[in-house]
Design a protein around this ligand. Structure first.
Ligand code: SAH
Ligand code: SF4
Length: 436
């Protein structure tokens, strides 16, 4: 989602004379878009700020030019004052619901008085209504935020506090943006939301539509070929969406459905509002409708109160699901969340051991999922060139990176039929069968 927000900031600032530059050495404006989900991400914000300070000081000494520095994202939202206290040279602090105001905030930066611009409100007018920036360029694959915020309040998670209440973007605004993306050459769209499948809005027939219907509507756009969505919550996995995985050929056979733990005790402490069995039932149902679907997930190890028995239940759930790919994290205390003050915090050594076990198992499942695709044929969207001569990198329907070679110079954005020749931990290789 931060990646999407950064792209929208770039779109927004273009008419004001800014263009994107990967190199901070001579940048007039540096925007640090930050993440607050785990402590490590927050630490990174402060270490990045230290690095940026050196860059802007060097530029000032060499050229006399002053760079404007803005901190955006969820750390800005949660720790705005702390950022200014620790780094008083930062000019702007802007939250994820307010970045549509960046042009005005930049215009207000006063090099003499050094007034700080802090804008971390949750505005009543959703930012999308004000984000009418023109989209000029994207690669073949783009993100599109359709839902933000969360009302579920899992006891480990900071999202409801930093991204605010659950909000679904209206249908028209989503379709308009999808069409804009297609007009600049996008072929694949990934719909984004903290709980993307909680999306709900008035449909074209004036009835309430859920994500399944939205995907079916988007699939009517001719040049949009692949549709994905992330991240889903088990409680919002309705039958319409599950059916789309069977009936809608543009919806990719991939489902990221986090469960966090395989133990009902821990799920309860986490306030996930579903049991392990209920999660497994959903997976079974999804597989009944689309047996080939690749399942992905998220796990937290070492949540306060997690016993060895609870941990083994997580291992057992992973074995039952057999994931194509998944993310796993050590529990990280987040300020202001109930979990951070729970007694029975798990010690670091135990967390490390459990994470290692979970990750080894998930890695072996991922490798066998990848190996099982050898000798199959896949339609792959070509995303970019690889490092080697004639090499390209594409994405498979199952969200795998696929490497292949071609002397054709213009394949980016095409769909190519590949025969899969080999498989590794995080990628596949293939040979071209034909273009379409
Ligand atoms: N809405 C999604 C997840 C969004 S947050 C859901 O409910 O499933 C993305 C992931 O970050 C979570 O799935 C969780 O695995 C991880 N995460 C969130 N807070 C965390 C914390 N305090 N410590 C460790 N991992 C965390
Ligand atoms: Fe965080 Fe997801 Fe739980 Fe919401 S549902 S509080 S985003 S983990």
């Amino acid at each position: 989602m931060n990646f999407y927000d950064s792209e929208r900031m770039t779109d927004l600032l273009k008419p004001h004379g800014y263009q994107l530059d990967d190199n901070e050495d001579d940048a007039d404006l540096i925007v640090l878009n930050t993440c607050h989900i785990r402590e490590k991400a927050v630490e990174k914000t402060y270490s990045e700020l230290g690095r940026i300070r050196v860059k802007i000081n060097t530029r000032k000494e060499k050229t006399g030019k002053r760079s404007i520095v803005a901190v955006a994202g969820c750390v800005a939202q949660a720790q705005g004052k702390e950022i200014i206290k620790r780094s008083p040279w930062v000019d702007i602090v802007v939250g994820p619901q307010s970045y549509q105001n960046l042009p005005e905030l930049i215009a207000k930066v006063d090099p003499v008085n050094k007034n700080k611009n802090i804008n971390i409100d949750f505005p009543t007018v959703p930012k999308f209504d004000q984000l009418n920036a023109n989209i000029e360029e994207r690669g073949p694959s783009a993100f599109l935020t359709i839902q933000e915020g969360c009302d579920k309040f899992c006891t480990f998670c900071v999202v409801p506090y930093t991204r605010g209440a659950e909000y679904s973007r209206p249908l028209k605004s989503i379709i308009d943006e999808a069409k804009q993306l297609i007009d600049v050459g996008v072929k694949e769209i990934t719909l984004l939301g903290q709980n993307v499948n909680a999306w709900c809005s008035k449909g074209l027939d004036n009835r309430n539509w859920g994500l399944g219907k939205l995907i079916d509507e988007l699939a009517k756009i001719n040049d949009l070929k692949f549709i994905r969505y992330t991240t889903s919550h088990p409680l919002d996995m309705d039958i319409e969406l599950i059916k789309s995985h069977r009936d809608n050929k543009k919806l990719m056979p991939y489902l990221h459905l986090p469960v966090q733990s395989g133990s009902d005790n821990v799920l309860k402490l986490m306030n996930r509002k579903h049991s392990a069995k209920e999660y497994l039932k959903i997976i079974e149902k999804v597989r009944n409708y689309n047996p080939k679907i690749a399942i992905s997930g998220d796990f937290i190890v070492g949540f306060p109160g997690e016993s060895e028995k609870d941990h083994l239940l997580t291992i057992s759930l992973i074995k039952q699901v057999n994931y194509a790919q998944a993310y796993s994290f050590k529990y990280s205390k987040r300020p202001g969340t109930p979990g951070s003050v729970f007694l029975n915090q798990v010690n670091e050594d135990t967390k490390n051991l459990r994470l290692h076990e979970v990750q080894e198992l998930l890695r072996s499942q991922q490798l066998s999922f990848n190996k099982n695709t050898i000798n199959s044929t896949m339609k792959v969207l070509v995303l970019k060139k690889g490092k080697k001569k004639y090499q390209y990198i594409g994405r498979s329907p199952y969200n795998q990176s696929v490497y292949f070679s071609s002397k054709n110079e213009n394949l980016i954005g095409s769909f190519i039929d590949l025969s899969i020749t080999d498989a590794f931990q995080n990628s596949l290789t293939g040979n071209i069968l034909s273009d379409f």
